[in-house]
Design a protein around this ligand. Structure first.
Ligand SMILES: [Zn+2]
Length: 168
C-alpha cells in the first residue's frame, strides 16, 4: 500500500539541522515511530509531499528550507519589554527571567502563546516570539514502517487511534 491521502502512516525518522550531518534535533530511533494521518494537514506540507507514494520499508532522505518549515527568523519578533510586567505582587518570581526560559503569555484578546527569554538586562528583557525552529533548514532521514487505511472514526476525529495514537 502506498502513502496517499487518508492513509495512516508510521515512519521512523531522524531530524537534523541543514544536512544529514547537521546538529540532531530529534529522532524516533529507539522510540515509537511517528504515526499520523496523511493529507489532512497534521504535518508540514513539504514533509508529506516528500513521502507521497512511498510504501512500507521504503527509505527517505530530504531537506526542507526554513521558509517552508517553521519560517524564517523574524528580527521584529524579538521584543524588548520592561521587567516589571512580569511582577507578581510587586516581585518577579525567582528564576522566571532566565535566558532560554519559555514564558506562557496572554495577549489582549486572551490568546495564549509562548515567548523565550533571549536577553536579560537591569530593568528590561528581550523576549523572542519566533518559533524555536524558525530560520532552521530541516533535514529528514528515515524509513516507512507501515501504511494502512484510516478508519472512518479516525478521519472524523482527525487523529490516529490505537498504537501510536489516541486510546479512547
Ligand atoms: Zn479519536
Amino acid at each position: 500500500m502506498n502513502i496517499a491521502a487518508n492513509k495512516v502512516v508510521s515512519v521512523h525518522y531522524t531530524l537534523t539541522e541543514g544536512t544529514a550531518d547537521g546538529q540532531l534535533v530529534e529522532t524516533t530511533n529507539g522510540n515509537q515511530p511517528l504515526v499520523f494521518i496523511y493529507g489532512i494537514g497534521m504535518m508540514i506540507p513539504d514533509f508529506e509531499k516528500n513521502l507521497a507514494g512511498l510504501k512500507s520499508g521504503d527509505k527517505f532522505e530530504f531537506g526542507i528550507p526554513a521558509a517552508s518549515a517553521y519560517g524564517e527568523y523574524d528580527e521584529t519578533a524579538l521584543v524588548e519589554v520592561p521587567k516589571n510586567i512580569f511582577e507578581t505582587d510587586g516581585k518577579i518570581p525567582d528564576g522566571l527571567l532566565e535566558v532560554g526560559n519559555m514564558l506562557p503569555l496572554t495577549d489582549q484578546n486572551g490568546n495564549h502563546f509562548q515567548g523565550m527569554v533571549a536577553w536579560v538586562g537591569l530593568d528590561k528583557v528581550k523576549i523572542d516570539f519566533n518559533h524555536p525552529m524558525a530560520g532552521v533548514d530541516l533535514y529528514f532521514t528515515g524509513h516507512v514502517e507501515a501504511v494502512r487505511d484510516a478508519d472512518p472514526s479516525e478521519l472524523a476525529h482527525g487523529h490516529v487511534h490505537g498504537e501510536g495514537g489516541h486510546h479512547h
